[in-house]
Design a protein around this ligand. Structure first.
Ligand SMILES: [Zn+2]
Length: 334
């Protein structure tokens, strides 16, 4: 029997509860999550969850605790394993790896990882870049991993299909199982990355509209979808004529970002098209908070996970968007 089997066994239970309590009520007064009444009192502990403080609300005559209505609500696992999962996620571990390190079932861990990734993306939904922006596109192989042949969810106990994809020449498309990833990088630091189904003029215009402040200076390649962009000052380099930089017109930062994104995605050993925007969104979060260490990044995610509104939206995956040009017809774009 090894002495150190799982890292989370070394965590102090009371310290975990104290940290979660602080994170939950850091920016808001201690109040009832049902009726928002602040007329509350401590109400003992739970028999089955040692260390978890219970409160009584005099407003609605119900009890609650620090985890009520959050992402961690009614979880049977310890807080230490939630904290460690978030930490390992920030170190770019796959859910399978996290499951092994924490000794839990893969489907539990898979569900948690997606909830937490979606929670992190809540920081990125309204992000726009400004200043001088570089843009570039990448096509990543992504198929139907984890899904049934006819689409939809795979039945339990079914093995994943080994679909080894061969690259087709030309630009990728969702239908060819090679959706596009477009990166918008400000030379001042911030990054926005979109997973898109195609690389048409309309899709790129929509992505630019979401990511870049109007009137900014763009520096891109010479693809026709970039040339057609409206509303920006625009300079481009012509890669087909082996022109990679002309003065300060280049997209080297964007190329560099993709050289980090590719090994990040390789860890997951094949992606599903439906999950691509989630992975890309989480990578965007990690890049935009790259000055902080993994503990501080995990704290940001946990703070959002302890907010009842973002927690319920994250469970439903509402922060993540897979762009295409079909919903352009809706008035939201103008
Ligand atoms: Zn209440």
């Amino acid at each position: 029997m090894p002495v150190l089997s799982y890292l989370h066994h070394l965590f102090n239970r009371d310290q975990c509860h104290a940290s979660i309590h602080t994170l939950r009520w850091k920016e808001r007064p201690l109040q009832c999550p049902r009726c928002q009444s602040q007329d509350v009192d401590p109400w003992g502990m739970y028999h089955d969850r040692p260390g978890c403080q219970r409160y009584w609300c005099h407003g609605c005559k119900h009890t609650f605790n620090d985890l009520t209505n959050t992402l961690l609500h009614q979880s049977k696992r310890s807080l230490a394993s939630w904290i460690l999962t978030t930490f390992l996620l920030c170190l770019s571990c796959s859910s399978r790896r996290i499951a092994r390190e924490l000794g839990l079932h893969i489907s539990t861990r898979y569900r948690w990882c997606w909830w937490l990734r979606h929670t992190a993306v809540s920081y990125e939904t309204d992000r726009q870049v400004e200043g001088t922006i570089e843009a570039d596109d990448l096509y990543h192989t992504a198929g139907q991993k984890g899904q049934a042949k006819q689409g939809g969810k795979k039945s339990l106990g079914h093995r994943a299909r080994g679909r080894r994809k061969k690259r087709e020449p030309g630009r990728g498309h969702d239908d060819k199982d090679r959706p596009a990833i477009i990166a918008w990088i400000s030379r001042q630091g911030a990054v926005v990355i979109h997973a898109t189904k195609d690389f048409t003029v309309q899709t790129v215009q929509k992505a630019a509209h979401l990511a870049v402040h109007a009137g900014c200076r763009l520096s891109t390649g010479s693809a026709s979808s970039y040339r057609a962009l409206k509303g920006y000052m625009h300079a481009f380099v012509n890669h087909t004529q082996k022109e990679y930089a002309r003065g300060d017109v280049h997209e080297n930062r964007a190329e560099c970002l993709f050289s980090l994104l590719k090994p990040y995605l390789r860890v997951f050993r094949g992606l599903s098209k439906t999950n691509l925007p989630g992975y890309v969104g989480f990578f965007q979060f990690l890049r935009n908070v790259r000055q902080q260490n993994a503990c501080q990044q995990a704290e940001l995610i946990l703070r959002a996970a302890l907010d009842p509104t973002s927690a319920s939206q994250a469970r439903r995956g509402e922060f993540v968007e897979y762009l295409d040009h079909f919903d352009l017809l809706q008035p939201a774009i103008n």
